[in-house]
Design a protein around this ligand. Sequence first.
Ligand SMILES: Cc1cc2nc3c(=O)[nH]c(=O)nc-3n(C[C@H](O)[C@H](O)[C@H](O)COP(=O)(O)O)c2cc1C
Length: 112
Amino acid sequence: MAFYFCYDKEILKKLHGALSKGNEWAHDRSMIIAVLSQKELDCVMKDGRVYYQFDSGLATGLLMLRATELGLVTHAIAGYDPVKVREVLSIPENMEVITLIITGKQLQTLVS
Ligand SMILES: Cc1cc2nc3c(=O)[nH]c(=O)nc-3n(C[C@H](O)[C@H](O)[C@H](O)COP(=O)(O)O)c2cc1C
């Protein structure tokens, strides 16, 4: 799996165009982390069970926990167009965009 940290303002602007209606609140956050993976990059059991989404969820949870420790605020979303996200970030078609983690600073950090 891979985390793609997007903080370049131009890239962020393009990613905003891939967000679903209702997620406009994410436009003023300073970073979007794309969580990417594919079935073959992780454990595939002989009986067909696959683990890439489970493991991506574990890693994402830990990332969000660490970000919180660092004073950031994270919010995972599924409301985006994965085709557009792939286009903007030049992600190969065989990689799934599992979630986007909208990341910003705590309001109290901004005003202090
Ligand atoms: C699968 C999934 C998809 C989600 N997609 C969105 C989304 O597109 N936009 C959004 O604002 N929240 C979305 N959420 C909700 C947030 O991730 C979060 O869980 C929710 O806002 C509760 O957060 P809070 O406990 O910090 O208030 C989604 C949650 C899940 C589980």
